[in-house]
Design a protein around this ligand. Sequence first.
Ligand code: SF4
Ligand code: SF4
Length: 468
Amino acid sequence: MAYYAQNYDLFLTATQSFCQQCRNLNRLIDTHVVTKDKEVYLRKFCPKCGESMVKISVDFEYYRQCEAYLKQPDLPEKALTQVLRGCPYDCGVCPQHQNHPCLALFNITDECNMKCNICYYAAEPGLGNHRSMEEISRMLDTLLGTESEPDLIQVTGGEPTVHPQILEILQFLKKSPVRHLMLNTNGIRIAEDETFVKALSKLGSGFEVYLQFDSLDSRALKEIRAKDMGEVRRKALEMLERHNISTTIVSVIKKGLNDREIPKILEFSHRYRCIRGVVFQPIQEVGRIEVEGDFRITLSEIRQIIIEDKNNPFTAEDMIPLPCDPHKIGVGYAAKVMSSDEEGKPYATLMPVTGQIPKEMITEQRGTVAFEQDREFVRTIVETVSLDTAMGENILADKIKSKLFCCWPSFLSPTNMGYENVYRIVIMEFSDIYNFDTINIKRECNFMIEPDRVIPFSTYNMGIARSQ
Ligand code: SF4
Ligand code: SF4
């Protein structure tokens, strides 16, 4: 075995991962984080398969920036499992975990009206298994045991809108102490059922739709979703716009397929008043996803495409690491004002704000969700945003709180601004057998909620936690 060849430039740290060749999830292997030609790799040592390298960043400078943004952990209020075998075999959440559930996912059904090639859950028509209200109530109790005031609950599946009690479930969760509720959907029911959309609009502020939107190209859609979903997505967005329902569109990005479409997707998102932002998710190898050649893309590559796009205003300074999980989540926020283009079509003018906020203000806060309780911090944000905004004459006149995102501070803004004036770009990378490492997994802040456990999204999807 060709161990310890000098095939790297810098050794950064040691961690543990899995071998993507023998795919043994019961054996962690020694892994080094190293640099080579300004890129960052996991250098893995498998006793069976030998040495391998997995690229985790194409931008060593940004990787270092991520380390600089790392903040004090905001821990779950209570652990639900014990440390017995060690990470990642004690998920649930165990006392070693270094982050609270910023985003709690409630999987309410295994049933779906699609069969996407990239489904994490391998959902498809006929699987059924709708969770009962009693199970969902237990899931909520379990979450509240670790997080008494959750930031964000996302109702997901399968396809949650096929659950016969979907509205009842949303209304039930909306009444819980959660700050923000999201419905993760493929958009089919939203495109076809206006009565349903009207009922969603009655959920009011603090509710948002998280809509699949991977591409504007039918070939790419067929490859990702096994179906050209273009028309469905456009109809769904028209419906959401008509009923003024806050919407985030989410694109799974596969290298060589839809990565170069990122600027077009951003441009498209500027056309809708209801769109609060775009989430880009690098494709990962879980569920039904098969590995074919060099399809992997890293967070840093997506970030580079965004900041090199001359038609959107986000610069390198505006796309920063999220302090609670900096290597896995990158964010950029902007103030948004709708106007019209030269053809009279709606168009958003965006003013990025993240680059204006001093890093210390973001990283020195006590907890990820407690920014708005720090009066000095809020005052500085107000000044920062106000100095750089030219949106209206009554700057700072009558301040209102505009919630941006669960991990980000609420900020005070000019009087005529609200949540509809918020636009964000998020790049969210999850772990799979390639990029998994036992340091970063402890910082994961997206959790699957089960009736008795709270499991990091990646270990759940990789089948590690579910196989216990
Ligand atoms: S991923 Fe988190 S919850 Fe799971 S075993 Fe590791 S530290 Fe514990
Ligand atoms: S990705 Fe979503 S829409 Fe596609 S099969 Fe899976 S659950 Fe259904």
